[in-house]
Design a protein around this ligand. Structure first.
Ligand code: C2E
Ligand code: MG
Ligand code: MG
Ligand code: MG
Length: 291
């Protein structure tokens, strides 16, 4: 019986691999038409202040509603888009949608900053800065209301020229952040070279808070590092009240995670914002941009 079960395991893992290859092939084949067929959509996840939990920022997170496969996560299709150059029109579209929605919120009196994830390919293609400028202009959004989120992969590939493009964006007044900070081995070295004002601490650190004193000490030192460098720190992946209590004690001022809201459609986000009193925000809203 054990042998039969073993055989079954081998066969089903082979089938799983076939299925995975089939899925990947299918996604790669269908992606080129996904944008024009309106299958992509942007969800928004709130970033809140640690003290009053008001929404101070948002992150735009793209999804693909595949007609047969259902919702496909960006972790599955962004790299496919990067392989064949579709990433530039895709990113351009995300930028357009996210800046437009941010402008709608601003017009309603909400002072929130919109975070958009950036692909290194877009930067390498040399059109990130002009595409950002075009999106801001079309949406009539002040540049300081847009935050671009860069990951270490942006920087691993970065030659000097890419850093100067980032400086161009910074010069336009766009806020730059280093996403997933601490996930890779070299983020620390990049901090010295990059014109970023916000650190998004990877959720692995946050998950480590409850593992013991070392985990907490690491998080505290990342928060302190941000303070020393004059950068705001956003803790990613906050899921529990215990984590909030620790982060608050460390004076980490911005939090993002399922505890405060999952990525959600724009309509749901507006409903969430409506649970706050917009008049309270007037004059009191701290920008993520302190630089
Ligand atoms: P990211 O930029 O680090 O985004 C945060 C990811 O963590 C999101 O996954 C979000 O749903 C998830 N998350 C947020 N709070 C929690 C939590 O409390 N617990 C856990 N376990 N996860 C949480 P998502 O939406 O699947 O996006 C994955 C990655 O895909 C993003 O990581 C980002 O790197 C990339 N991505 C998303 N949208 C875009 C885009 O428009 N362009 C590019 N280039 N990349 C994108
Ligand atoms: Mg991000
Ligand atoms: Mg992140
Ligand atoms: Mg990520």
């Amino acid at each position: 019986a054990a042998k039969a079960a073993g055989k079954r395991c081998v066969r089903s893992s082979g089938e799983a691999i076939d299925a995975a290859i089939g899925r990947r092939t299918r996604l790669a084949r269908d992606l080129p038409t996904a944008l024009e067929q309106g299958q992509l959509r942007v969800l928004y996840q709130p970033v809140v202040g640690v003290h009053d939990r008001r929404v101070l920022g948002l992150e735009a997170l793209v999804r693909w509603e595949h007609p047969l496969l259902g919702t496909v996560s960006p972790d599955e299709f962004i790299h496919l888009a990067e392989e064949d150059g579709l990433i530039v029109p895709l990113q351009r579209w995300v930028l357009e949608v996210a800046t437009r929605q941010a402008a709608v919120l601003m017009a309603d009196g909400w002072d929130v900053q919109m975070g958009v994830n950036v692909s290194v390919r877009h930067l390498q293609a040399g059109c990130l800065a002009p595409d950002v400028a075009a999106a801001l202009a079309a949406a009539h959004l002040p540049p300081g209301k847009l935050m671009l989120e860069l990951t270490e992969s942006v920087l691993l590939d970065a030659e000097g020229g890419l850093v100067s493009d980032l400086e161009t964006l910074r010069g336009m007044g766009v806020v730059l952040s280093l996403d997933d900070f601490g996930r890779g081995w070299s983020s620390l070295a990049y901090l010295a070279r990059l014109p970023v004002q916000v650190l998004k601490m990877d959720r692995e650190f946050v998950a480590g808070i409850e593992t013991g004193p070392r985990g907490r000490a690491l998080v505290a030192s990342v928060v302190e590092l941000g303070r020393t460098l004059g950068m705001d720190v956003v803790a990613e992946g906050v899921e529990t009240e215990e984590q909030v209590a620790e982060l608050r004690a460390m004076d980490c001022r911005y939090l993002q995670g399922y505890l405060f809201g999952r990525p959600m459609p724009f309509a749901d986000l507006r409903a969430l914002l409506d649970t706050f009193d917009p008049t309270v925000l007037d004059g009191g809203a701290a920008d993520l941009d302190s630089g």
